[in-house]
Design a protein around this ligand. Structure first.
Ligand code: G6P
Length: 610
């Protein structure tokens, strides 16, 4: 979490830094700050709260400078107040540093620096690094002192540093937290936590690797490894454009991204469906068919919404490709001692490609000599680069903190992978072709679901004051129930639980009364009849039932309070269609409750700390 921007060039830095920060606000919004460098030294301004607050503070008092660094924070060490906001500065204010990550040995370093006479103005782990740079900086350029300090540091960081003792440059470094360089034109260079921070000025980016640091000057950039040697990381072009990270007329990014799903789903399938062969063409894994052919088991690891996609993946891959699958929270996987026999593929699912726990789980699997695969949205992200092979979602940037379009793209990417693996095992060409045909029409079916928006908004008005919600589903719909509950919790702060419908009688049924809305996922799949019985159980306790169905569901008529009807498709693809009404329901309830849907309290989109 946390977002970093840096600029050096011929223009005024402040507006460029603020605009970059706003594009990174999804990474955290507890406080924001910037440090500007001009002939008069380092000028720091920081404020608790969102970037808007910082911007208001700057308004009317612009500080002229053509070099600066900036930060938006998601608090880890210390409350989100002004002293803890970044940039952190050296005692005499001549070095300023912004940081994303966690310095794990900060307590030890802090004690050592205090013994050397340093006093600390904040509770952050970051301040340790800036004092350490000061302590180790005897002579020579800033980058030597930064590198010397980073060699003492354990943990994760993306940092940017400026100093009036060695002006006309920004030093950046990364280890475990993302950081890239934007190679501008006409003598300007940028840095950012991701490409969104720099795209207004350049599409040419250089992704730093762990252990790299770089020096940016108006003349260009040089990259080095902490071990001392210069490295060449190569320039890559960002393929998406600014429009895709603007709201485009929608009130919120979340709504825009929900409505983008017909096109994001078309994009994840583009060029990948082979109807004649009943197969999927997956360029990112084709060259690894041999390894995949030897796979005997798959461990899916992910966090949050991506973990829910993994659960759907488990059901699909086991049923249609016949490969045993387990799904693990990455945060659990990395610290237990899982049995990972030869022939196990570790599959990491991540929208951002930067989630610290998922990355650590991946590294643990690699340490054990296992093959790893990624299902990732952010092109060039750490997880995408760390895995042996993978499938990109091509969903475009997702800005709303609550994941929507990335989730449905993950489901389809997993369906494509299932098809690919199934066709290399027992699945017939005919069955494969049937799946391809259903996939082809999925985007237009999603269009149909989106037409329910007004109906769902009306429904939201009836339930906006509920204090609890229960979501029930079975089979492929159980992960959808979890995801529906998570969406509502995230954006509306209403307590919600997702449950396998049949498990309800082992506990949650005690919660049901006339106050309790229960969302039941009841499309006509092979387990529909069982779900109808579960509906009866809720009805008998006077629960208020919203059913998501895929036909007229005569068995449920008169038993449920509301019915939301989505088109029908194959059972393993139905989650794509049944999820969307739940996204809309959460969105509208949150808006009606006055919540900040795009930036819910305490959350961040990219969780780069454990
Ligand atoms: C955060 C986000 C969630 C997301 C999860 C995993 O908690 O708020 O929306 O599902 O991280 O992120 P990833 O980028 O790895 O999919």
């Amino acid at each position: 979490m946390c977002g970093i921007v840096g600029y050096i060039g011929g223009r005024q830095a402040t507006p460029i830094l603020l605009s970059g920060l706003k594009r990174l606000e999804y990474r955290g919004y507890d406080s924001a700050g910037l440090a500007l460098l001009n002939g008069e030294g380092v000028k720091v301004l920081k404020k608790p709260g969102k970037i808007r607050v910082l911007e208001e503070a700057i308004d009317g008092h612009p500080h002229l400078a053509t070099c600066g660094i900036a930060h938006t924070r998601w608090a880890t060490h210390g409350a989100p107040n002004e002293p803890n906001a970044h940039p952190q500065t050296s005692s005499n204010g001549d070095i300023a540093l912004v940081h994303n990550g966690i310095i794990e040995n900060s307590d030890v370093l802090r004690a050592q620096l205090q013994a050397e006479g340093y006093t600390f103005a904040s509770e952050t782990d970051t301040e340790v690094v800036v004092h350490l740079i000061d302590f180790l900086w005897k002579d020579g350029p800033l980058e030597n002192a930064v590198a010397a300090a980073l060699r003492e540091v354990d943990g994760a960081y993306g940092i940017a540093v400026v100093s009036s003792r060695d002006p006309e440059k920004i030093v950046v470094a990364r280890n475990g937290s993302p950081l890239l360089i934007g190679v501008g034109q006409d003598g300007e260079m940028l840095a950012g936590s991701d490409a969104a921070a720099v795209i207004e000025r350049t599409r040419d980016v250089v992704y730093l690797d762990d252990g790299d640091y770089a020096v940016l000057t108006p003349e260009g950039y040089r990259t080095y490894h902490l071990e001392g040697h210069e490295v060449d990381r190569g320039v890559q072009e960002v393929t998406w454009d600014l429009d895709s990270i603007e709201k485009g007329g929608y009130e919120h990014f979340m709504l825009k991204e929900i409505f983008e799903q017909p096109s994001s789903l078309a994009d994840v399938m583009r060029g990948r469906l082979l109807e004649d062969q009943g197969d999927a063409r997956l360029g990112g894994i084709l060259a690894h068919q041999f390894d995949l052919g030897r796979i005997q088991r798959i461990v899916i690891t992910a966090c949050g919404t991506s973990w829910h996609a993994g659960l759907v993946g488990e059901y699909m891959i086991e049923e249609l490709a016949g490969i045993p699958v387990t799904v693990e929270y990455a945060s659990e996987f990395r610290y237990r001692n899982p049995v990972l026999e030869d022939g196990t593929l570790t599959l990491a699912i991540s929208q951002s490609g930067e989630t610290a726990d998922t990355l650590a789980a991946l590294k643990e699997a690699q340490r054990r000599g296992l093959k790893t695969m990624g299902v990732v949205n952010a092109v060039g992200s750490t997880i995408a680069r760390q895995t042996d092979f993978g499938i990109y979602l091509h969903a475009g940037p997702e800005i709303g903190v609550a994941s929507t379009k990335a989730f449905t793209s993950q489901l389809v990417a997993l369906a494509l992978f299932t098809l690919f693996m199934g066709r290399r095992r027992e699945m017939s060409a005919l069955e494969g072709a049937g799946i391809v045909q259903h996939l082809q029409v999925l985007p237009s079916q999603v269009e149909e679901v989106l037409k329910l928006n007004d109906e769902i908004r009306d429904l939201a008005a009836s339930y906006r004051d509920a204090r609890n919600f229960l979501y029930l589903g079975r089979g492929y719909q159980f992960p959808v129930a979890l995801e529906g509950a998570l969406k509502l919790k995230e954006v509306s702060y209403i307590h919600a639980e997702g449950y396998p419908a049949a498990e309800m009688k082992h506990g949650p049924i005690a919660l049901i009364d006339e106050e309790m809305p229960v969302v039941v996922l009841a499309p006509r799949d092979p387990i529909y009849g069982k779900v109808v019985s579960n509906v009866e159980e809720v009805k008998a306790r006077n629960g208020r039932i919203i059913a998501v169905v895929s036909d007229d569901a005569p068995e449920l008529q008169g038993k449920v309070d509301h019915m939301i009807k989505v088109p029908h498709t194959l059972p393993h693809l139905l989650p794509v269609l049944t999820t969307i009404p739940l996204q809309l329901l959460a969105y509208h309830i949150a808006v009606m409750r006055g919540c900040d849907v795009d930036q819910p309290r305490n959350l961040a989109k990219s969780v780069t700390v454990e």
